[in-house]
Design a protein around this ligand. Structure first.
Ligand SMILES: NC(=O)c1ccc[n+]([C@@H]2O[C@H](COP(=O)([O-])OP(=O)(O)OC[C@H]3O[C@@H](n4cnc5c(N)ncnc54)[C@H](OP(=O)(O)O)[C@@H]3O)[C@@H](O)[C@H]2O)c1
Length: 283
């Protein structure tokens, strides 16, 4: 069985979205740009990744687009997530222009998942923007829409307008796992996608709840963390430029954590929440 065949997908559904399959492990691409980014994406696709996570703000959509042209993996087998910035929030015409800019930079005809990167509540336009994105699914420019860094309050505002977000990409790592927001997502039928899923700068090897299952299963602490995401029913987008680490991060479908392992990792949450507060920060 190849890694690609072992990769599992989840189903996205919400307003105007019904049953779009999203691979659970995607390649994070921030902060890679240019040749480094293109090479890392081509390498990841050859290893078996079928989901790539980029954004306007990463300034690497052109490099991801170059990788899509260079890889031997057909476009229709690759799930592409991207995000746009605050200046595009607003009515349908503004949001459509943002999506068309992404299509052009990526060199594709359709985006699989288009996210509002931050709610930017100071602008007060995220509900209108989400409504426009849902319409663009119907127009065929994007297969699914979603949000990122939305809090319970922002999601409730969407619901009041009759909008169910298919997915909310938020920071979830073993030390900052946002259990309350994940529960809100689940109640709303919104899938959680984890960014910084291996903790970015955290040394996962310091935590026995990760290293003990890793030793027992013959895997690494990072693989245990990613298996915890997968087994919890989340999407996760770990970033690595290194072939060995990319391969390890995808190779999390051939072992299982016990309920006790899962509870132990859940208990690592410090309650500190995410690094950035979506009510104060956004681009
Ligand atoms: N929606 C948002 O607002 C938002 C915010 C932040 C990030 N993101 C997305 O989420 C992605 C991932 O988040 P992130 O980059 O913050 O953090 P991350 O994926 O948790 O951590 C990346 C760091 O961990 C290292 N690493 C990865 N796999 C490893 C392994 N198996 N063993 C040891 N070290 C490993 C990487 O180094 P090497 O490259 O050297 O392996 C890199 O330094 C980003 O690339 C981006 O696509 C989204």
């Amino acid at each position: 069985m190849t890694l690609a065949e072992r990769t599992q997908s989840l189903s996205l559904s919400g307003t105007h979205v019904d049953g779009v399959a999203i691979p659970q492990i995607g390649l994070g691409t921030w902060p890679m740009v240019g040749q480094e980014c293109t090479d890392a994406v081509v390498q990841a696709l050859s290893i078996g990744y079928r989901h790539v996570d980029t954004a306007e703000n990463y300034r690497n959509e052109d490099a991801v687009g170059e990788a899509l042209r260079r890889t031997e993996v057909p476009r229709d087998q690759i799930f592409l997530t991207t995000k746009f910035n605050r200046e595009h929030h607003g009515p349908l015409a503004a949001v459509r222009a943002a999506v068309e800019q992404r299509l052009s930079l990526l060199g594709v005809n359709e985006i699989d998942l288009m996210l509002i990167h931050w709610p930017n509540p100071d602008q007060g336009k995220y509900v209108e923007t989400a409504g426009a994105l849902a319409e663009l699914v119907q127009a065929g420019l994007i297969r699914a829409w979603g949000v990122s860094n939305f809090t319970a309050e922002h999601l409730a505002d969407l619901r009041k307008a009759g909008l169910q977000a298919p997915i909310n990409q938020i920071q979830v790592d073993p030390l900052a796992s946002q259990p309350r927001l994940r529960a809100v997502n689940a109640e709303a039928g919104t899938l959680t996608a984890a960014y910084s899923p291996v903790g970015r700068d955290v040394d996962l090897n310091e935590y026995e709840a990760l290293t003990a299952p890793a030793a027992r299963l013959g895997v690494t602490a990072h693989q245990v963390a990613l298996r915890w995401h997968v087994q919890s029913g989340r999407v996760a987008v770990p970033k690595s430029a290194n072939a060995g680490r990319q391969e390890a991060n995808l190779d999390v479908f051939g072992f299982e954590l016990t309920d006790e392992d899962m509870t132990g990792i859940d208990a690592l949450d410090t309650g500190a929440g995410p690094r950035l507060d979506p009510n104060d920060f956004g681009h």
